[in-house]
Design a protein around this ligand. Sequence first.
Ligand SMILES: [Zn+2]
Length: 422
Amino acid sequence: MLRVWRRLLGLNDRTVLEDVEFDQDDEVVVAHVRPKSRWTRRCGRCGRRCPRHDKGHGRRRWRGLDLGTIKVFLEADAPRVKCRRHGVTVAQVPWARHGARQTRALEDTVAWLATHCSKTAVTALLRITWRTVGSIITRVVAEIDSEVDRFDGLRRIGIDEISYKRGHRYITVVVCHDTGRLVWAGKGRDKATVRRFFDALGEQRSAQITHVSADAADWIAAVVAERCPDAVLCADPFHVVAWATDALDEVRRAAWNEARGAVTQRTAPRAKGMARGLKHARYALWKNPENLTEKQREKLAWVAKTDPRLHRAYLLKEGLRFAFVLKGQAGKDALDRWISWARRCRIPAFVDLQRRIVKHRAAIDAALEHGLSQGLIESCNTKIRVLTRVAYGFKSHEALIALAMLTLGGYRPDLPHQQAAR
Ligand SMILES: [Zn+2]
């Protein structure tokens, strides 16, 4: 019978199953286990054989995969050993990661689900809290990091900052232009953070980086110049276009406020309709023309008729975007024309934007010349932004970073049955 139980519980060949009992009070299955003698007295952190220290805190339980609707726990002694490198630590067990309160099979399942399902699906199905999910994936990703080389063959990278916790905190992310994978993420947005990435990358591999794309942040440019001086620094086109979208929004808000002011002063129905129309024109103005719905197209035509200045601002945004669609020399020529147009446009937000673009012209030209696959980076960034909202409720930024690495880093754990099939 114990043989069937071994299979049901998915125990590996390093584990001895002593007994299985059904706990009537808690309605849970408790399996009493121990490591085979070859796998006892190993340091929980490095796995090295070491002398036994004491019996620790006695028996411990690890939650495993459910059997149907019944919760399952593995129970075993948790003695401590004295490692030469790590001091006194709880001994390694073959069924769970160090410091975990769940079995490896359950943790891998959590990690797999967290990258495929919603937060509610994971927590309700597995009956664990979102915080626990956070600490599980942090552990799983730490293990993946120790086994794989995320920097292998890294040549062209994008560096960006992403805000989390309602914009008060930031992480800096590094994405590979060739694979679209997230290769590094760290807390903070300053020179020290970017240096931490290059430290992890190492001197030799930093020297192999050929292109770095970033928004025009000086703190990124300064460290790139210091750590990989031969790399071409390119502006991220989607950041530049985002500047234009911001400028356009400033013009739209000003027009809206003006119309609303007219509403309160004269309660003129025309001004009122105008204010409402402008408020709702936001998405029509933001979207790329080819993605507009019929209704948004009409809205845009209405803007052209009622507020020529706002419409001009819209055309300026689109003109800038078009330079990046063209790329190469044609893109640079288009940008020259755009700059002289924006300089004379008499819309302060776009005159300022034009100055900013002239200031960063070298990096923008580099982006036009090298045509880095912006789509990959942009979609990766968009996904990270979604994850920052999903990760809300994790205790630490490490869990957010782990979720991002797990989902976008290209390495995910297999489900337990897939591992067994290998
Ligand atoms: Zn050790």
